[in-house]
Write a protein that binds this ligand. Structure first.
Ligand code: PHE
Length: 341
């Protein structure tokens, strides 16, 4: 039979090694060492078997042992407090704390709307690089180096390579499609574009476009008008009127700008339409024969139309956003207004 000292030593080792992971383990420990029939009680009872002259030392050992056993229990008290009914009361039926969800950016929502309207009539979606070479952004689109129309778009050049620009329009993606895809082509190209403009309520150094291209045999200006009219009625409602004004783009001939009847005043005159009753929403035209030739397409056999619109502009007209800067300031008070549109 081991002496009291030996027993204490052995139990001390056990206590030191003890690392409970659950409240149940801790409770087993409490019962085993500190319970009414536990080891601590039992060893105190054993003291009477110790010879009288050693009792004082044995008593001190026992007190230290009891303290050790209690401290271990205390150190893991958190386990039992969170898990047992004796701990602080947690009402598991209480509703949770809601985590605020983000929303889709209004420009993305409107871009998705534009894309899905054109997808419904057979357009597919194409994207291209934001850093473009001169050929795809300008030259192939009937804008050779000395073409004055290059000044229409204030271009950011990439300093490490004079042939590279930040694309000024997504027509560059259309050029890439004409280069690689077989005819007929019916494609819509959404994406971010860049122009060297001073940032204000009405201009920004980057914005977003959706440009469309349709090339096939017998494509006419009437097809262009009907396609865009369909887009307008889907986006702005049945009663929206459209009008085309002659314009100029180097890559289309003839070219036009399209206005729609003002979505705010319906035509009677307001701030959005500057009291004209009409708001301009896009540029368009029949693909220039030179551009088709640049991609090895015979303009005597194939014709096409193209159009390009700014997603910010469509969003402004549809939801009356009056400052372009709001789109990139990430103010949640602005963004939340578009929840569920
Ligand atoms: N690429 C033109 C622009 O960015 C828009 C456009 C596209 C006009 C296609 C006509 C035809 O301004």
């Amino acid at each position: 039979m081991p002496s009291l000292q030996e027993q204490i030593q052995q139990f001390e080792q056990e206590i030191n090694a003890f690392q409970p992971a659950t409240a149940a383990e801790l409770e087993d420990y409490r019962i085993r060492f500190l319970g009414a029939k536990g080891i601590v009680k039992h060893l105190f009872g054993e003291i009477k078997t110790v010879p009288a002259e050693q009792r004082k030392d044995a008593g001190q050992l026992l007190n230290a042992f009891k303290l050790l056993a209690e401290q271990k229990h205390e150190a893991f008290k958190d386990l039992s407090e969170t898990a047992t009914a004796k701990g602080p009361k947690v009402d598991h039926t209480m509703p949770g704390i809601p985590l605020p969800l983000g929303t889709r950016h209004p420009l993305r929502v409107v871009e998705n709307k534009i894309v899905s309207i054109f997808e419904r009539i057979g357009f597919s979606v194409a994207t291209g690089p934001e850093i473009e070479d001169d050929w795809h952004n300008f030259t192939s689109l009937n804008m050779p180096l000395d073409h004055p129309a290059r000044d229409m778009q204030d271009t950011f050049y990439v300093s490490s390579n004079p042939d590279w620009v930040l694309r000024t329009h997504t027509s560059s993606t259309q050029a890439r499609i004409l280069e690689t895809q077989p005819l007929p082509i019916r494609v819509i190209c959404p994406g971010r574009v860049y122009r060297n403009e001073t940032i204000s309520a009405r201009a920004h150094c980057f914005f977003h476009q959706c440009e469309g291209l349709y090339v096939d045999k017998n494509v006419s200006f009437a097809d262009l008008k009907q396609t865009l009219y369909y887009f307008v009625t889907e986006m702005f409602g049945e009663n929206t009127k459209v009008r085309f004004r002659p314009s100029y783009f180097p890559f289309t001939e003839p070219s036009a700008e399209m206005d729609i009847s003002c979505t705010v005043c319906g035509g009677s005159g307001c701030n959005l339409c500057k009291h004209s009753g009409w708001v301009e929403i896009l540029g368009c035209g029949m693909v220039h024969p030179n551009m088709l030739r640049n991609f090895g397409i015979d303009p005597e056999v194939y014709t096409g139309f193209a159009f390009g619109m700014g997603v910010e502009r469509i969003t402004q007209v549809k939801y009356q956003v009056n400052d372009l800067r709001l789109y990139s300031q990430n103010d949640v008070r602005f963004l939340r207004q578009f929840q569920g549109i």
